[in-house]
Design a protein around this ligand. Structure first.
Ligand code: MEV
Length: 328
């Protein structure tokens, strides 16, 4: 079996607006998806996944692209996960020229599905790396990122940026603006995550922002304002100015809220973090439920979140310097 892992991420700034060409700054974190693959010569794809959540609830399904998955978790999560794996394997068939090849795929992940920590990107990136290597082809991280982006783009009906997939493939902090993706320097950031145990539907949330933008010119301005926050955030990152970074994260959360992608539990966690003395806090990823990220060098935010109704899990996230990597 050939195995690879790839990290999840948090957005310091810029989710949603990045879909419209504004810059975004995601950072890879040390929560990983691990994908193992073994070639099958009958062309079938069989997927086994477990632990696709943080809190002990286990997603397990065995199934095949041409059969019925054996489902004991919300079907929408399984369907979404299967779609990403199918898409990744299509990219592998295309790049290797082995159009008929099948795989047994095993997924383990400590990144909850649909919670804003880039679970789908990490699975797709690790799957492409492992499956191409299983066929004797080694791709550069940037090529894996591009193919993983195409997978997300198709699964999300043409509504995806390169941010999640590039960040997961390369690791570290990155800046993405349209097709321009690159690594940037970031200080050691005291990141605290709060997770409400839920998930948002990225496709639906992105479509909701699109509708608002089409209906109201000021929603378009709101998206542009997020771009301005990101540009200021880049200066604060370069200067290592935590106070300013926190202020800008708060601003970014307010603008995302205005675009309708926050939720009661995300807002409750953001306010609990701020009340506990975090420099700033915002939702991360598509929103609708899932995770917030706060900046706090002390233990106060983690403690406050652990008592916040609606918060199921809280932990400190280390920046992941390396992106996709092979596992022995
Ligand atoms: C989802 O993790 C981030 C979004 O900006 C969508 C994307 O960039 O593809 C909401």
């Amino acid at each position: 079996m050939t195995r690879s892992s790839a990290p999840g991420k948090v957005y310091l700034f810029g989710e949603h607006a990045v879909v419209y060409g504004e810059p975004a700054v995601p950072c890879a974190i040390e929560r990983r998806a691990r994908v193992g693959v073994r070639r099958r010569d009958d062309g079938k794809l069989r997927v086994h996944a477990e632990d696709l959540s943080l809190d002990g609830f286990t997603v397990e399904y065995g199934g095949s692209a041409d059969g019925q998955p054996d489902v004991d978790v919300p079907e929408s999560l399984v369907t979404a996960a299967m779609g990403y794996v199918d898409g990744a394997i299509e990219q592998v068939r295309e790049v290797t020229g082995e159009e008929e090849v099948g795989f047994d795929v095993t997924i383990e992940s400590d990144i909850p599905l649909g919670a804003g920590l880039g679970s789908s990107a990490a699975v797709v990136v690790a799957a492409i790396d492992a499956a191409t290597r299983e066929l004797g082809v080694t791709l550069e991280p940037t090529e894996i990122a591009e193919r993983a982006f195409r997978t997300e783009y198709e699964v999300q009906d043409g509504q995806a940026s390169r941010a999640d997939t590039f960040c997961s493939a390369t690791g570290g902090a990155v800046r993405v603006e349209g097709e321009d993706c690159g690594s940037i320097e970031a200080p050691d950031l005291p990141l605290v995550i709060g997770f409400d145990g839920g998930a948002g539907d990225t496709g639906e949330l992105v479509a909701g922002v699109r509708r608002l933008r089409e209906e109201y010119p000021f929603a378009e301005d709101t998206v542009g304002a997020i771009g301005d926050v990101v540009r200021n955030g880049e200066d604060a990152l370069e200067a290592g100015d935590l106070e300013e970074l926190g202020r800008l994260m708060n601003f970014n959360h307010g603008l995302l809220s205005a675009l309708g992608v926050s939720s009661r539990s995300l807002d409750a966690m953001v306010w609990a973090a701020r009340d506990a003395g975090a420099r700033g806090a915002k939702l991360t990823g598509a929103g609708g439920g899932g995770c917030i990220v706060a900046l706090d060098p002390t233990d106060e935010t983690e403690t406050a979140l652990s008592y916040t109704p609606g918060c199921e899990e809280t932990f400190r996230a280390e920046l992941a310097d390396s992106g996709v990597k092979r596992l022995e």
